[in-house]
Design a protein around this ligand. Structure first.
Ligand code: FES
Ligand SMILES: [Fe+2]
Length: 358
């Protein structure tokens, strides 16, 4: 019914937080994508990150992100609208206006509009930045790591085409999603309706390169191409995969293919899992190819089918959270990536710690 009068009991954590307090504070220090830029135009948009309801709004001064909560009486700002000049978001309850920085610029019910507005009337705003057609939000003043560096996506030469895939909503943790996207041994077992080759399950002993921002590795595979285009019979083809992970949940998967005529084709599948809650992930994917005149719908439909094959398995994993104590799951040689990934999340960021990190 009422919240306590004791102010020391207030917390930065979202209500019903599904993360440990320590993990929440660490993950809040990364930049995560929360929407495609194209989804936020002239109206406020609701989003969710780390169990926190957010409102995204586009002003003439740039994109903005804040808690989806008006500091006056707690109404959801995502129900509001932009003012005529598109400088302020307007709360639908009592009409308070807030600018891009979350500063209240107007209280319409004040009889004297020349009276100063208290400085405390300010939204809880977060850093928001647009890159690669995505809106990235960091909920701490200092980000732990930069937005992934994908120069080919920011500055493509003319042979490249890129397109956004439908936003995915997985009932799985972002860490399980990320491990699956970088899992070598599952290809031959899970993707047998698309490119997986049950006859070629062996994964070579790949080598992992690590740096402060991420890790990378590559290995050859023999795909079976089925049903990519109507009327084309199944065929095998040699590919080379290069995985480049940026901490914590973003991957650039480069797929090099030699065509029958000797031409090299390269595809990039950029995959970013945004931790909506500890057990839900919003998945943003961008596909980039140097195939001449690609049909985006064809690529997108195929990738959706690939994702559907993964979702069934990843949503079935228990526990939903990746155990960061290495001895809690059994490992096989092909798991080099996930073992090193788990160790890096602990060593570099302290995830999985019982300590409270603020
Ligand atoms: S709750 Fe937003 S203006 Fe009152
Ligand atoms: Fe997969």
């Amino acid at each position: 019914m009422f919240l306590s009068t004791d102010k020391t009991q207030t917390t930065e954590l979202p209500r019903d937080c599904t993360f440990s307090e320590s993990d929440w504070h660490i993950l809040a220090g990364f930049r995560h994508p929360v929407a495609f830029s194209s989804a936020v135009t002239d109206k406020p948009v609701k989003a969710k990150l780390l169990d926190m309801d957010l409102v995204l709004y586009r002003t003439v001064d740039g994109i903005a992100a804040a808690r989806d909560l008006c500091v006056h009486r707690g109404a959801a700002l995502s129900l509001g609208w932009m003012d005529d000049a598109c400088k302020n978001i307007v709360c639908p309850f009592h009409g308070l206006h807030y600018d891009r920085n979350g500063v209240c610029t107007k209280v319409p019910s004040m009889p004297d509009q020349t009276q100063p507005i208290p400085r405390s009337l300010r939204l809880i705003s977060y850093q928001a930045e647009e890159r690669y057609g995505l809106i990235w939000v960091c909920m701490k003043p200092e980000a732990l790591r930069p937005i992934p560096d994908w120069p080919l996506l920011s500055n493509p030469t003319e042979e490249w085409t890129s397109f956004e895939l439908p936003v995915g909503h997985w009932k799985a943790s972002a860490s399980r999603h990320c491990e699956n996207f970088n899992d070598a041994a599952h290809l031959s077992w899970v993707h047998t309706g698309t490119f997986g080759n049950r006859d070629r399950p062996a994964i070579p002993n790949y080598k992992i390169e690590m740096d402060d921002n991420g890790m990378s590795f590559g290995f050859p595979y023999v795909e079976v191409e089925r049903g990519f285009r109507d009327g084309v019979p199944d065929f095998e083809r040699d590919v080379y995969y290069i995985h480049r992970l940026s901490f914590p949940f973003a991957t650039d998967l480069q797929i090099d293919v030699e065509e029958d005529d000797g031409r090299m084709i390269t595809n990039h599948a950029y995959d970013i899992g945004s931790p909506t809650s500890a057990r839900e992930t919003t998945v943003f994917q961008i596909f980039q190819t140097n195939v001449p005149n690609p049909v985006p719908e064809e690529f997108a439909n195929y990738q959706v089918r690939v994702n559907e094959e993964d979702i069934v398995l990843v949503e079935s994993q228990r526990p939903e959270e990746v155990p960061l104590n290495i001895s809690e799951e059994m490992h096989i040689p092909a798991d080099k990536f996930s073992i090193q990934y788990r160790k890096a999340l602990v060593r570099l960021f302290g995830l999985g710690s019982p300590q409270i990190v603020r």
